[in-house]
Ligand binder design. Structure first.
Ligand code: C5P
Length: 404
């Protein structure tokens, strides 16, 4: 099937902001029209310093718009554009524009259209490497992602002024393909029942102490939220409460709070037969104290000897009982990540293993970003770049979808 088919007949507002890459938006416009979309360009005043509205008008389906006010035929163009759009793309999106959109400021036609629309939004940032890597820009993008905005990451390459680095606008064809995916996505996981486990289990030593680990649950939560956004019926079994807006938790069909590996085992197993996919993102304790002291262990009695026993292996139990279910495991390693993960994939018998090196400070436990290797049972090995857990969740879900 034509991979751009989802764009046919769609009303696409193409926002262009003021960066050197604005000239490439002409190509985005042309390719969108070629794919059958009805394209309405909207240029900010900054964009017009780099490229003329006339160029877009000549190629698009309607004349380019530039003004919020002063149009006699259409006194409120932003609401009309926003309401009637099937998709809003901003390419290139400058750091300034991204900040403005995140803050909800609407002081020109494009920013007002973005606030007035309920259509999906796709943003293709372009800026110098230093700006792209700035915490403010990354935080703004993360907030936008959490609001459901799709982002086409910039590429590495030559930048304005002869510099070289990450920040160059993604290739126009990649932007158009991402737009088609957004249009096709809406519900690409609909009809699927997905169980996601998240967080680290706590194995009690006495009523106040436990054996635990540093997992924050963020990766599992991002997987659950994104799977729900993409139409799956999601059961989230978690040791950590889900943070974020009320709508986020409402989008998840069932949230089950658990503490220990045993509780997680029971929660997963009792729901397994009706699931299509289980993603074990939780860091489940491998060992627990053999007995829990009913009273707080007293310091005055000296250091206790604590005997450990293995917890039930949830994934192993699922592999034994599976009929059609896709099973995904996670591996947190501190050395030889790829080899350890390949071995774990084999020994556990899962379809996908997502491995991360938790010895790095920007990946794995407690942080919002992750860098992982995805291994599949056919021998595929994919090294994914550092990205937010939200973005990574969509990549992992794409891989799961490929297996179904
Ligand atoms: O062997 P290791 O604990 O590193 O394996 C990690 C994977 O196995 C994770 O997906 C984790 O959720 C799962 N696991 C499990 N039951 C356990 C321990 C880990 O399902 N008792």
């Amino acid at each position: 099937m034509n991979e751009l088919a989802a764009l046919r007949g769609r009303r696409v507002v193409l926002g262009v902001t003021g960066g050197i890459a604005a000239y490439k938006a002409v190509e985005v416009c042309r390719q969108l029209v070629e794919a059958g979309a009805h394209v309405i360009p909207v240029l900010t005043s900054g964009a017009q310093k780099f490229i003329g509205a006339l160029t877009f008008s000549a190629l698009a389906s309607e004349p380019a718009r530039t003004e919020l006010f002063g149009n006699k035929d259409d006194p409120i163009p932003h609401t009309r554009l926003g309401q009637s759009a099937d998709l809003v793309i901003v390419a290139p999106a400058t750091a300034r524009f991204i900040g403005k959109y995140r803050a909800g400021i609407s002081d020109d036609l494009l920013s007002a259209t973005l606030l007035a629309t309920r259509a999906p939004v796709l943003i293709a940032p372009a800026m110098h490497t230093e700006m792209w890597e700035h915490a403010a820009v990354q935080e703004n993008l993360e907030v936008l992602r959490q609001r459901g905005v799709s982002i086409v990451n910039p590429e590495s390459g030559r930048l304005a002024g002869g510099d070289y680095g990450e920040g160059r606008l993604a290739n126009p064809a990649a932007i158009v393909l991402a737009a088609a995916k957004v249009m096709a996505r809406g519900g690409d996981l609909s009809g699927l029942r997905v169980i996601v486990t998240a967080g680290g289990t706590r194995e009690p030593i006495d009523p106040v102490r436990f054996l635990g680990n540093r997992s924050s649950g963020k990766m599992g939560h991002a997987l659950a939220i994104n799977a729900a956004r993409r139409g799956a019926a999601v059961t989230l079994i978690t040791t950590n409460p889900l943070s974020g807006p009320e709508e986020t938790s409402r989008s998840i069909s069932e949230i089950v709070s658990v503490v220990t590996a045993q509780e997680m085992y029971e929660a997963v197993l009792s729901r397994f037969s009706s699931a299509d996919v289980v993603v074990m993102a939780a860091a489940v304790a491998d060992f627990r104290p053999k007995v829990m002291s009913p009273e707080k262990i007293k310091r005055s009695l000296g250091a206790p000897e604590i005997y450990l026993e293995p917890t039930p292996d949830i994934l192993a139990a699922l592999v034994e009982r599976r009929d059609r279910q896709v099973l995904v495991g996670f591996a947190a390693e501190t050395q030889d990540v790829a080899e350890q993960a390949a071995e774990k994939l084999r020994s556990k018998g899962v379809d996908l293993m997502v491995a991360n090196d938790v010895s790095q400070s920007d990946a794995g436990f407690e942080v919002d970003t992750n860098r992982v290797i995805v291994l599949d049972s056919a021998g595929g090995v994919e090294n994914l770049p550092l990205q937010t857990k939200t973005a990574l969740a969509d990549v992992i879900l794409d891989r799961i979808l490929n297996l179904i």
